[in-house]
Design a protein around this ligand. Structure first.
Ligand code: GRF
Length: 197
């Protein structure tokens, strides 16, 4: 088993990040929580990181024009990060970061990729599209990030049913519950070598 040294990138509430933190603290995930970076100074993710005593940074284009990627690499290196966890990060990660942490950048997507991925497929758009397509099953996907968005190797998926009376909102909630379980389960499998990255 190899302890993962996690660095998070998150833009919003950070509920996926929190679920991972909780598992690591309870001992069911072999991970150090090294740092959290957000592009949004008001994000729940930064608030949660501060409350947990995890090194938290606001890094945006406004503060560091043209240097966001450099800054992300610098912070994660300084904090000993070896695995990047994207958890609702709404910015496209530059190739330089992906190359620097090659094969060690993970993302979660709230649908069963390769379906319902790609351009414009984020947030509620995903769940609306699933419902409009008449799917009976949706779910969550953990995948590696390479330079093509939502196209990296799929590491794990968890299905959830789409119910007849679902709205995008009710489906999003059910998928989010699955995301919370799937992310830490997948990270633990990486830590114990059951999934190779
Ligand atoms: C999740 O639905 C995730 O799949 C998507 O963004 C959302 C983040 O939610 N990439 P949270 O910030 O973890 O609560």
């Amino acid at each position: 088993m190899k302890l993962l040294n996690l660095g998070f990138l998150a833009s919003h509430g950070g509920s996926n990040m929190q679920a991972i933190i909780d598992k690591a603290k309870s001992g069911s995930l072999a991970a150090n929580l090294c740092a959290v970076i957000s592009n949004n100074s008001n994000s729940g993710a930064l608030e949660k990181a501060n409350a947990e005593g995890i090194a938290a940074y606001h890094v945006s284009e406004k503060q560091f024009p043209g240097k966001v990627s450099e800054k992300i690499i610098e912070i994660f290196e300084k904090q000993g990060v070896d695995t990047i966890v994207l958890a609702g990060y709404m910015k496209i990660l530059d190739k330089s970061v992906i190359e620097h942490f090659k094969g060690r950048v993970l993302n979660i997507h709230p649908a069963l990729l390769p379906k319902f991925g790609g351009q414009g497929m984020y947030g509620m758009n995903v769940h609306k599209a699933v419902i409009e397509a008449g799917e009976s099953v949706s779910g969550a996907t953990i995948h590696l990030v390479d330079s093509e968005y939502d196209r990296g190797r799929i590491l794990a998926q968890k299905e959830v049913p789409v119910l007849l009376d679902d709205t995008a909102e009710t489906l999003a909630q059910r998928v989010l519950q699955a995301e919370h379980l799937l992310y830490s389960e997948t990270l633990q499998k990486i830590a114990i070598g059951e999934i190779a990255i």
